[in-house]
Design a binder for this molecule. Structure first.
Ligand SMILES: Cc1cc2nc3c(=O)[nH]c(=O)nc-3n(C[C@H](O)[C@H](O)[C@H](O)COP(=O)(O)OP(=O)(O)OC[C@H]3O[C@@H](n4cnc5c(N)ncnc54)[C@H](O)[C@@H]3O)c2cc1C
Length: 429
């Protein structure tokens, strides 16, 4: 028996078997054996989900040894990649081919299959989640079959598999729609929440990517504006290095350790952090711009909201933190994502805003997240599948118009529920 733990340490499980197959044949054999022995399987990417999607006491499969580029079509700007490939390695492999992903989230530690399976997203109103960059997939289903799907082939399975929580089978390769490699300029600016809310539409419209981190108990935000640049990428400037390592990690860690000891000082800590926010700019190759280092560990809940509900929901969150004297100092992250047509995608059918609340590891998060979730629920929120939430299948099915289309594919391709677990049962039924 092996012990497995997720990135934040919130989930520990003891799988009876832990496998890292090297070949497609090995993966198929594992699924067939699980089927014949009536054992359940969960697949792990990088273990960066906060929710217990991966937890199992049965078979755990990692594709860490099944990684790398399979095929690149430069004319079509697509690449097929083995599912265990980590986003950081993927960015470098694609860059060497003169290609890049159009958008990414704020870290690059995840595996490509893990990232798409929960609908991992970045920011930018003209871009969907990473799942929308997928144009084809190959899975080993719960029937032990290897099936390839795309918009043109097995379309219903393809749509379901674009965000599938590991419930349809093991994704073994992913074909991505890419664009020629490009450089981005990032401008980090200290602004007020009032300014960001007043100019929200303009900032979203006029920048390729716009997001901000809002410091509770203050009116201060750290806003990030990211746009295509024709300048030569220069790596991280001193100011960006200072921002990312000294402020977003070093100072944040020190203040977090202090606040964990003295949580009643949260407001003071937030104000100190607000005073430390500084402007910085830099130009880098796209794959190096999106990701930032995250050495400070935390727990997180993130909700997708209809874009038009963003401001009232954020206002209520701000008021709730002040009213309830919530002991928190980690900023609230606000991002914006284009709608899609993927049955289990939180952005299904609506242009979306994402609001994420965090708590430093070791500090009590339950009451904060509970009160935040009540607000998100009232504004039509759908939880990020990879982050903490308390929603169950009965509630979730009412939030997803194409829920049954997903379940039909699940019944067809995993009739014995090989890819289930008590947690999967609780969210998918
Ligand atoms: C520090 C940090 C920053 C983050 N930043 C962002 C962000 O900017 N945007 C965002 O949206 N999310 C973000 N997340 C959440 C994260 O992107 C998702 O939880 C993502 O799913 C994690 O990828 P993973 O490879 O670790 O997958 P895991 O957490 O290991 O698995 C996630 C799901 O994918 C399934 N899965 C994995 N591999 C396969 C496969 N080969 N076949 C079938 N199913 C598979 C698993 O079974 C599970 O259901 C962040 C998380 C952390 C810890």
């Amino acid at each position: 028996m092996t012990q497995w733990q997720n990135w934040s340490g919130s989930i520990t499980s003891f799988p009876a078997e832990y496998h890292k197959p090297n070949t497609l044949d090995d993966i198929v054999s594992l699924v067939q054996r699980a089927k014949s022995e009536a054992k359940s399987i969960r697949v792990v990417g990088s273990g960066h989900s906060f929710s217990p999607l991966v937890a199992t006491d049965s078979m755990l499969v990692s594709l860490d040894h099944y990684a790398g580029l399979e095929h690149v079509d430069r004319d079509a700007c697509t690449a097929t990649v083995k599912a265990g490939t980590k986003l950081k390695a993927l960015g470098e492999l694609l860059f060497a081919q003169g290609l890049a992903q159009e958008n990414l989230g704020d870290i690059n530690e995840q595996s490509i299959a893990g990232a798409i399976s929960t609908g991992t997203h970045g920011t930018g109103i003209a871009f969907g989640s990473i799942s929308t960059q997928v144009v084809g997939l190959t899975l080993v289903t719960g029937n032990g079959e290897v099936i390839t799907c795309s918009e043109r082939e097995n379309r219903l399975l393809f749509k379901a598999a674009q965000v599938s929580l590991g419930a349809l089978g093991i994704i073994v390769s992913v074909t991505l729609r890419l664009i020629p490699a490009y450089a981005l300029q990032i401008d980090i600016r200290k602004k007020s929440l009032t300014d960001c809310c007043t100019h929200l539409d303009e900032y979203n419209r006029e920048n390729r990517h716009f997001e901000f981190h809002f410091l509770p108990y203050t009116n201060t935000v750290q806003a990030k504006f990211t746009n295509i640049s024709q300048e030569n990428p220069a790596g991280k400037s001193l100011m960006r290095w200072f921002n990312e390592y000294a402020l977003e990690n070093g100072a944040l860690w020190l203040l977090s350790a202090f606040n964990r000891q003295f949580p009643q000082m949260s407001e003071r800590v937030c104000k100190t952090m607000a005073a430390l926010v500084t402007d910085a700019s830099g130009v880098s190759n796209a794959h190096a711009v999106f990701a930032t280092a995250r050495f400070v560990k935390f727990q997180e809940m993130e909700y997708n909201l209809p874009a038009e509900n963003f401001q009232p929901a954020l206002n209520e969150l701000d008021e709730m933190i002040r009213r309830e004297r919530i002991q928190v100092h980690i900023p609230i992250e606000c991002r914006f994502v284009q709608r899609d047509d993927i049955p289990l995608s939180p952005a299904f059918g609506r242009d979306s805003a994402y609001i994420a609340v965090h708590m430093f590891k070791g500090m009590a998060y339950q009451r904060y997240f509970e009160l935040a979730e009540e607000i998100f629920k009232r504004y039509g929120g759908r939880p990020h599948w990879g982050k903490m939430h308390t929603r169950t299948a009965d509630e979730l099915r009412t939030l997803y118009p194409e829920w049954n289309a997903f379940q039909l594919q699940r019944s067809q391709h995993d009739p014995d529920r090989l890819f289930s677990s008590p947690y999967m049962h609780s969210i998918l039924g």
